[in-house]
Design a protein around this ligand. Structure first.
Ligand code: FPP
Length: 251
């Protein structure tokens, strides 16, 4: 008899009534995905961008409130110019398509990072997307673009210092919540779950402040292959964790 392994129903692993509010993803492994297929790295990013669409749509479908993705870091400028420009091109294409479907999809889009060094056309598209979608409710997608956690903290410290110098803030009364308002993520709850595919197990300067108490989920699957089943596994793993936030359970 041939061996037949029925496909696992991964959706059954998840309690959809108790999803994390905010999931963040480091979309890693595009280059290796392409290399395994004898394709240029840029083809891996194209597949990664496509997968982002699929996963973002599914997150909306299941009722996730916030999805944050790491699309381009402050360190990614070190990559070959043609790879950087291919990623910028994919972002541009994605935003143009997203703008076209905005009224239908009603996804609130935000951008974390310093957009000033990006090509003007891309900056304009980011601004347009943000502006059109700013009143949408339901799901919010945050795209981290030219984002670095340390850069974000330094910017916040500078902005706070300037407010102090202008008499608008008092360093003696600064709270964590107030400092959070100086970050790109102001107003967005901290991520509950941070997913990093591709086998790498590090933070890579992603949401350093915000992920203080996030649960991490690592998998060897490369980002372009990270499908619904993989997301279900990540959500199920999260739901089996005991979050203590520094305290004790039943203590
Ligand atoms: C990391 O994989 C991926 C990136 C640095 C770029 C991610 C960009 C996209 C998915 C495209 C645009 C995004 C959107 C939101 C439309 P890697 O190149 O480091 O992979 P490797 O570790 O296998 O080399």
């Amino acid at each position: 008899m041939p061996f037949f392994k029925p496909k696992e129903d991964t959706a059954a692993l998840v309690d959809f009534d108790h999803l994390p509010r905010h999931v963040a993803i480091i979309m890693d492994g595009n280059g290796r995905w392409a290399k395994k297929r004898g394709l240029p790295r840029t083809a891996g990013h194209a597949a990664g961008a496509e997968n982002f669409r699929t996963i973002a749509t599914y997150c909306k479908e299941i009722g996730l409130e916030y999805l944050t993705v790491y699309a381009f870091s402050t360190e990614n400028w070190k990559r070959p110019a043609e790879e950087v420009s291919a990623i910028m091109g994919l972002l541009k294409k994605y935003l143009i398509e997203a703008i076209g479907k905005m009224e239908r999809d009603r996804v609130k889009m935000c951008f974390f990072g310093d957009l000033s060094p990006l090509p003007q056309e891309l900056r304009d598209l980011c601004e347009q997307t943000r502006e059109i979608s700013k009143h949408y409710e339901g799901v919010q997608v945050n795209i981290c673009l030219n984002y670095g956690g340390r850069d974000e903290l330094v910017r916040a410290a500078k902005a706070f210092a300037l407010d102090c110098a202008a008499g608008k803030a008092d360093p003696n009364h600064l709270t964590e919540a107030q400092f959070g308002n100086y970050l790109f993520s102001a107003g967005v709850p901290d991520p509950d779950l941070v997913i990093r595919p591709s086998g790498e197990e590090r933070i890579s300067n992603f949401l350093l402040w915000q992920s203080a108490y996030a649960e991490y989920y690592f998998t060897d699957v490369l980002w372009p292959d990270f499908n619904r089943d993989e997301l279900h596994r990540a959500l199920a793993a999260y739901q089996h964790r005991q979050r203590r936030f520094g305290g004790v359970i039943n203590g």
